[in-house]
Design a protein around this ligand. Sequence first.
Ligand code: PGA
Length: 261
Amino acid sequence: MRRPIIAGNWKMYKNVNEAVELTNEIKRAVFNVNNVDIVIAPPFVNLSEVGDMLLETNIRLSAQNCYWEQEGAFTGEISVPMLKSVGCQYVIIGHSERRKYFGETDCTVNKKVAAVIENELIPIMCVGETLEEREAEKTLEVVKTQVTEGLAGFDEAYLKTLVIAYEPVWAIGTGKTATPGQAQEVHAVIRNLIKDLYSENLSSEIRILYGGSVNPGNIENLMNETDIDGGLIGGASLKSEGFIDIIKKTSNLCTKKGIEE
Ligand code: PGA
């Protein structure tokens, strides 16, 4: 078992006061969890405030997006060095909502992943098929293309920290989770693809998260699958109890499987 990541994607929820409150609740409850990488991704405007609250804690800060240039005349965009300066260590890239509503493509994902890695942050690159694609039995083809194009041109040394999140679009925010078996099938295909594109070594080390209606009731079954290394959690990360429960259940599973620190 690889060390899991439980990441909360707050999307466009929580003003600064709400973000501070939620962060405090999570901090208090999980301070002694040391076998799971815990990550929260608040909206841009809260990153600085939340980043200060996370100093010297076991919770890491993530942004939900970035632009690929270092700086410049790009009104409304935020660069990776700016994210780094407020304490971000992770950036979510290519979430399906960004692909669907904001025109992101495998090509922009590729540029953003590069920018994140060049600035020594960790990208969480999201891939996943729509319902139509699943029904047309194109899931594996779609996901393989997204991974291959998203990583085009990078060599292995570059990708040591990369995290991939498999998020079937039909399972996001719908309450319909992929079954552990459906998720495992795709995770195994992604891991194999990494082996083909790079090496056995990278494929065995890379962490692949599942996202799409993860909640305290299904996290354990998902985490019991060999190739699922954690969760990217939307709705259930917006209330402290649910998110804390997911973290603790994951941590207990790790303890059972002998993962400490
Ligand atoms: P959800 O969102 O947990 O609300 O389905 C997951 C995500 O979009 O990352």
